[in-house]
Structures are given as C-alpha cells and as structure tokens.
Design a protein around this ligand. Structure first.
Ligand code: UN1
Length: 494
C-alpha cells in the first residue's frame, strides 16, 4: 500500500476534508506509485487561510534578522538532504538527476539570499522639504500569500516564491502542482524543522480547480504568485484584477537561440542541445526556436542532428540518461499534436514519435525532435509546446533575426551566439525579452538575479534577486514633524 500523505494546515498534518486522494506516479515508469496525496477542496483552503491569518500575526512581528536565521537553517537542511530531495524530484518529475540536483541547489541559493535579505529589507531616509521634519520609508509584510507552482522545477520555483514571501514577514498557503507533491511535502517539512511557525505555513495538495481556484479568489489572500500557462494566468489575472489583489505571473515562453556566422559553432551546438532538450524541453526558458544564419545553416544542422541522435532517453535516475520522460500522458498528446502540425509546416529531421524500446515502455518518453524549414509566423514558430521539439528557422541578417525573435507573443529569454561585440550589445538592447544571453543557452538563470519576461510571459513583476522583495512587501512612508507647528507641504515653504 503506497504511503498516504497529508496536508499541513493549522500546525498539523491532516487528511483532506473530502477524504479523497490521488496517486502520484513516476512518469518514467507509471507502475511506480510514489504515494497517495490529498485531493483537497475549498473547505481545506478556508481552514488553511484562517490559520495563515493567525500565522501572519506571529511571523510578521518576528524581526527580519530572526526570520532570516530560520531561512538560513532551512538552506542548511536542504544542503544536507540535497541528494535525497533530488532523487525524490526525479522520481516524480522525470528529469535527470543532474538537473534535479541543480533544481535543489537553486532552492538552497535562494534560501541563503533570503536569509541575508532579512537583515536588509531596506527603506529610504529622504530629506523633507520642510524644516524639523523627517521623511522615511520602510517595508511592511502584506499578509497571507497564495503560492501556486508548476511541475517542472519542483523545488526551485516554490522556493523562489516562498523564501522571499517569508523573509518579508508574510504567511503562506502553498498549492503545489499535483504532479510533484512529494518534493513540496519535503520542502514544507524542512521549513517547519528550520523553525517557521507552523501557523505561518500551510500546504494544501490537490488540483487547480479544487484548490487553486478557491485560493486565488479567497478574500483574505491579498497576494498571489503563480507560475504556469498563459491561459491559466489570464484567468487568475481576471480574478485578481476584480479583487484588487497583488499578483505576480510567470507564464509561457517561445525562446530563440540565434546563431551568427561568426559564432563558435561547437559552443553554439552545446548550447542548443542543453537549451532545447534539457528538462525534456519542459522549461518556460527552453529553447524552442533555433534561428540559423544562411551561411552556416546546413553545416550547423548536420552537426546538430548527429549530436541529437546520440542523446540517450531513459529513467532520469540512471547515470547514463540524457533526457527523461514528459510529465504525463496529456503532455505527450500535446507534443504529438504539434508533430502533426510539423508535418505540414516543416520537415521533421529527427524524432517525431513516442520513444519505444528497452526500459521506455512504461513511461511518457518522446524522441528529441528537430523540425527544419519552419516559417516565421507559423504555429510551430510561435506557440509554446513544452516538450522536446525544436523548430529551425533561417535568417539572412541580424535585423531579420531580431524581427523573428520579437514576433511572438511571449518574451522570456533569448540567446545569441556571436563573437562580435556590436551584435552582442544590439541583442541586449533590441531583443524583446526579460533575459538575453550571449554565448550561453536560453536556460540557466541564477537565483540572485531578477527572473521574468515581457509581453504575455508575465505581468511586469520579477522573481528572484532583489526585485522579488518589492513584490512581497508594501512600502510604508513615515513623516515625523517635530517643529511643533502646522507645516503645510507645498505651501508654507514657497
Ligand atoms: C522555468 O523554466 O520555469 O533559467 C524556470 C532556468 C532555470 C529556471 C527556469 N534556472 O532555466
């Protein structure tokens, strides 16, 4: 009998109000059941929010440095348990161990950054325009935060949101993706062990419509942070707009790697293989378009095909695996439907089918796929696929590459391979993305820099780095007039 997991609500590990559970299965071997997780409902969310309101009162009054010390401990425990968490994440999510180790490391980096931010949370002290008067700002926590996360970074993305939310003094109701509940469970265990007050941290498992929806529309949750599809983000945005909530959205991408004729070709090859097929293409930063200059198009493709055919598919926990499975059957069907489109919109040079063979029968494996001759503006060139499918588009000069890069509705990351400094700086200025890399792939953001995209990728906020702390706190402006008389700003001093 698989282990039955619980929600964490009001300081206790509890069964869901529904009494119902869902199974969490390994995408590399669907017969491997990891556990049964609560299929919670609105009543569980209500209890969680009620507890988080109490938790907020305790935690928001804990001094920032004391909060930071607890987050530092969480980072230490994560460091000790890194391998165990990585293995749990690979088992439920599928990506290779090398990557889940990186995923956990991103969480650790975020913990240590958040720990020190507890000693900063800077405000400003500013001269007043009037004599004997002080003006300054400080940062206040906002309240209960609702955190809704996807499957592809089971540790990094929850930590990006929860550590800064806690560092700023907010309490948390966490609804992880139903595909990766075990990693979420481990993370919450660690936070509690580190000393986060149990009332300040709630974990509610379940599905978007049952748990995510009541959380997003709960009147006592003024802050929502969501990473997922642009379609779901739009619905959340409408609800939060109506309810005047603070909302951070991190959504789709259609990221391009541009290869110029002056590039180091070996480096560009390494970059696109990692960017397109790492995480089986299931990153919002994944390289899903390869823009090749006419002069190197054929030669580059030939080498890329040879390298792609060498990639070994398999269980991500095995040392010789390069590419793991897709997350579930629905994702496999989506990828298949785009391959159908590829048949008419381009030429499939490799892959294009569900992968069969030894050790692959029981998982959602799809062959790394390259489609050449894709026209800019076509569906394959503009829609997010979230799988191992790379569309190759030709261009004849950098202006055209910029235009193609910018024509999609998303704007997360972009990459240019070039040895020309002028091209590099033009890329920084003219590629319409939140992140541009020169001589590095479209994936690989670092935890201490802001992360996010423009256009339909986001809604103007950033995760990571120093910027996310703005999102999780309110600026309070404080004036103190010690002149002993009424001083009218803009009037008495003019
Ligand atoms: C995501 O794809 O949802 O830059 C996040 C990267 C990672 C984060 C990706 N550090 O690829």
């Amino acid at each position: 009998m698989p282990t039955e997991f619980r929600n964490h609500i009001a300081g206790e590990w509890v069964a869901p109000s529904t009494g119902a559970y869902f199974e969490n299965r390994n995408p590399a071997d669907v017969d491997d059941v990891i556990g049964r997780f609560p299929r919670s409902a609105a009543a569980d969310v209500d209890r969680a929010v009620e507890s988080a309101r109490k938790g907020f009162r305790i935690w928001s009054r804990t001094p920032g440095p004391a909060r930071g010390a607890i987050l530092k401990r969480a980072g230490d425990i994560m460091t000790e348990r890194k391998e165990e968490i990585a293995r749990a994440a690979t088992r439920e999510m599928g990506k290779v161990l090398l990557e889940t180790r990186g995923d956990v490391q991103e969480g650790i980096d975020t913990a240590y950054y958040a720990a020190t931010e507890g000693r900063r949370l800077f405000g400003h002290t500013v001269p007043s325009e009037l004599p004997d008067k002080w003006a300054m700002t400080y940062r206040r926590p906002v309240g209960v935060t609702g955190i809704v996360t996807p499957f592809n970074f089971p540790m990094a993305i929850p930590t990006w949101k929860i550590f800064p939310a806690l560092a700023c003094g907010n309490s948390v109701v966490f609804k992880p993706a139903e595909d990766v509940p075990h990693t979420a469970h481990l993370y919450v265990e660690i936070l509690l062990e580190a000393g986060v007050p149990p009332q300040a941290l709630q974990l509610v498992h379940g599905f978007g419509e049952d748990v995510g929806a009541p959380l997003v529309s709960h009147p006592d949750v003024p802050v929502i942070s969501f990473t997922g599809s642009t379609e779901t983000g739009r619905v959340i945005g409408e609800i939060c707009g109506r309810m005047h909530k603070r909302l951070s959205l991190e959504m789709g991408g259609k990221n391009a790697q541009i290869v110029m004729p002056d590039a180091d070709m070996e480096l560009a090859l390494d970059g696109v293989l990692w960017g397109a097929f790492g995480t089986t293409g299931q990153r919002c930063t994944a390289t899903s378009r390869l823009l090749l200059h006419d002069d190197i198009h054929d030669a580059f493709l030939e080498r890329l095909l040879a390298r792609t055919r060498e990639l070994r598919l398999g269980d991500g926990s095995k040392a010789d695996t390069d590419v793991g499975p897709l997350i579930h059957e629905a994702s496999l069907r989506t990828v298949e439907s785009y391959v159908e489109i590829a048949r008419s919109e381009g030429e499939i040079l490799c892959g294009g089918a569900r992968a069969r063979g030894d050790g692959l029968e029981n998982g959602w494996f799809f062959e790394p796929t390259i489609v050449a001759g894709v026209r800019a503006g076509s569906r394959l060139a503009t829609e997010e696929i979230f799988g191992p499918v790379l569309s190759v588009i030709r261009f004849s000069d950098f202006d055209e590459a910029i235009r193609i890069n910018n024509e999609v509705r998303y704007g997360l990351s972009s990459s240019v391979y070039t040895t020309d400094v002028r091209t590099s700086f033009r890329a920084f200025q003219e590629l319409d993305n939140g992140i541009t890399y020169v001589n590095a792939p479209t994936i690989g953001a670092e935890a201490h820099l802001p992360f996010g995209g423009v256009k339909e990728t986001g809604n103007g906020h950033r995760e990571g780095g120093w910027e996310v702390y703005e999102f999780y706190s309110e600026t309070k402006v404080c004036y103190l007039d010690y002149s002993g008389k009424l001083q009218r700003a803009q009037i008495d001093n003019y």
